[in-house]
Design a protein around this ligand. Sequence first.
Ligand code: FMN
Length: 479
Amino acid sequence: MAFRNLQEFVAELERRGELKRIPAPVDPHLEIAEIADRVMKSGGPALLFERVAGSSMPLVINLFGTKRRMEMALGVNDLNEIGRRIGELLEMPAPSGFLEKLSLLPKLAEMAQFPPKVVSKAPCQEVVVRENPSLSLLPILRCWPKDAGKFITLGATITRNKATGKRNVGLYRHQLFGDREVGLHWQAHKDGRAHWRGYAAGEKMPVAIALGGEPASMYAASAPLPEGIDEYLFAGFLRKEPVELVKGVTVDLEVPAQAEIVIEGTVQVGELREEGPFGDHTGYYSLPEPYPTLQVTAITHRKNPLYPTTIVGVPPMEDVWLGKTTERVFLPIIRKMVPEIVDMNFPAEGIFNNAVIVSIRKSFPGQARKVAHALWGLGQLTFTKVILLVDERVDVHNLSEVAWLSFMNIDPKRDCFFVEGPVDTLNHASPEWNFGSKMGVDATRKLPEEGHPRPWPDPIAMTPDVKEKVTRRWSEYGL
Ligand SMILES: Cc1cc2nc3c(=O)[nH]c(=O)nc-3n(C[C@H](O)[C@H](O)[C@H](O)COP(=O)(O)O)c2cc1C
């Protein structure tokens, strides 16, 4: 059974020794971030701070900070299981005969159960604050010394496309501008931003921010789904049960019924305000830039809510595992479009947008370049600054092997290639904001047509019979 909400997940984490309660009083101003940073860097447990200065709400952090906890959150033994389920759906042949159609019914029935279910009564609305809603209720962190202020870091931002009515849910940070105002840091290429662009200046756009909910929904907000594909439908697919939604109390949006806290409000479209700096995923402070502001119209919450949050900073941090989940879940979809891809690894140090190592099954000249260009045209992979392409024999997760074979196999002048285009908003190295260059490195074995007329040597490997013999006799050698 999938977890219904954050509190169920937290209880199970605690039962399994994956969560530690901290009864000591702590300060949301930098102190929690320093504690969490040390624990995240060492692969430690989720932390539940029971006494946060200035708020009566307990705070939970590092929920998703390990592979194991991510697997628990999504109810799988291995993150690749989700990729396999998606792969099966993509492989589903168009049924030709009646019997074939029947055999597909269980799969289709499984999908039909996924749409979110709208309920009339919801735990997230046990307490409704419409009169003077104040965010001072929440134990919002100030994460790093040079941050512009306090930031909500794990809020799923719900918007609707004005033209199509389709929902988007995106995980964006929210700077606290005042007790009833937060910044909406949806970057230039994100779906929330596209929805905002669909409104005319002067119009009011409804927005809701959900904190908590089904762990699968919390993850889905960070997933790079194409605009128009509902994150709550995807979360339903992940948890094999529908996500429950309820109508907002002051906005015409549905919000996750099982959330801990929901912030509702409107954006005066056209008005921008400087947001940031903020100690970001990159390990640097992202520079201040203008973003819209949400005017809060209501805060609703459970009777005893838990405030979920995270910090980002010098990697590795909790977000590595949210990103690794995306890597595993989306691999089969990417393979469907670029079939020669065998595996891929976004190393934590590459902050997901800076670097990916891709192994390919190469059978024609220029194929590595073809793969790189395909990835540069695919959703958020567009932003990948460095794509390193290796042969299928390379284990992309073994960075030592990747480094050895890549350093060895390239002739830098011939094998590095450059393109220009959109880059991630957080890429501070590009000369222009959101626009810069990207590099492909073809570290595959070269073919004559690729400018390599010389023979390519064979890699060293012992014969299997000698290996077997040495293994068999190992004890005799006294080693
Ligand atoms: C902890 C965390 C914080 C994030 N903060 C932001 C943010 O402030 N702005 C942003 O545009 N993307 C942010 N992201 C990345 C988006 O969540 C991600 O790109 C997502 O796919 C966006 O959803 P969308 O495609 O529906 O816009 C964050 C991701 C994580 C894991």
